[in-house]
Design a protein around this ligand. Sequence first.
Ligand code: OVV
Length: 407
Amino acid sequence: MSVLTESGLRAADASVPGLDVDPFAIEFFDDPYPAHARLRDAGPLVYLDKWSVYGVARYAEVHAVLNDPMTFCSSRGVGLSDFAKEEPWRPQSIILEADPPAHTRARAVLSHVLSPTAMKHLRDRFAAAAAAKVDELLARKSFDAIADLAEAYPMSVFPDALGLKAEGREHLLPYAGLVFNAFGPPNQLRQDAIERSAPHQAYVAEQCQRENLAPGGFGACIHARVDSGDITAEEAPLLVRSLLSAGIDTTVNGLGAAIYCLARFPEQLARLRRDPSLARNAFEEAVRFESPVQTFFRTTTREVELGGHRIGEGEKVLMFLGSANRDPRRWDNPDDYDITRRASGHVGFGSGIHMCVGQLVARLEGETFLSALARKVASIDITGPVKRRYNNTLRGLENLPITITAA
Ligand code: OVV
């Protein structure tokens, strides 16, 4: 339960351990693992004094919060900002930042557009693009695995699958970076991103319009659902915007994580080469191991018990997905990247009604690329300084200089 202090500020019940860790600080991003362990070991529920929010860092509580969406709602925002108290920085997402029943309709549309059947039509194209990209990179031998691989491959398949015109695609990664920074607190990362956001927002708003989306793509498919009465003409562009927000930087960081893992753990690359059918699980395990999306918030809709404490209505709860994915209470050898592990059950894609609606696209990109790599690449060596990219929500690298050799 939260109490009112003399200064009028909310503070946690004294029995909830308060920690001074700032999960949105550069030092935290540089090495979150000792802080994750402190958060988990402090108790099932913690209070983050720096931002006056509750936190859950153990798998059990993260999973529980994700699976009680009416108590831990999304419609008040899944970042630090509470939409009941502050205006959102952009019009609210009608899927991410929504609760049932409104969420259910929007979700049904994107589930249909990104369905297993839709993936069947994309698989051959994605696989061919992955093979061509691996061949091109083998010819270059040395390159930056972030710009030239983790960004280049998704950028070569996803915007086309969406039906975006060629012009202006350079706005996509900056826009996504902005969206994921904006979930964080009002720190420098968030303020700078929002300050520079106007051209990216203008580009995205324009590309969401029906006339700018090529027939046969995800975008056109979304707009077609206006005609069948599933969504309104006002809702369709907002659902396209969700794909532009969440569809690229996430897979960039997922693929970047997988390459970084295979570069650091050559015995896992060897295992993958011996059995390329492990490609899909190698990607899944990279999503668990690095958790490209590190955190999301929920807001309580009522007084509720969590981790043995009562917390009040209108409280923000920060879920440490990356910590849950390495919680030794849930995982054997959580800090090992093991492509043969049963990685399913990780919360890198979330869990419950909001679980990543684009997960099949992400896995298709990951699988097709790692499958091509497994068949064509013998070795991956890190050949220069590895530089981290800082974002309030996304975990990934700015640079990963590597040299690869052909099988
Ligand atoms: C999962 C996610 C991340 C960012 C944006 C959105 C969704 C959205 O719906 O706009």
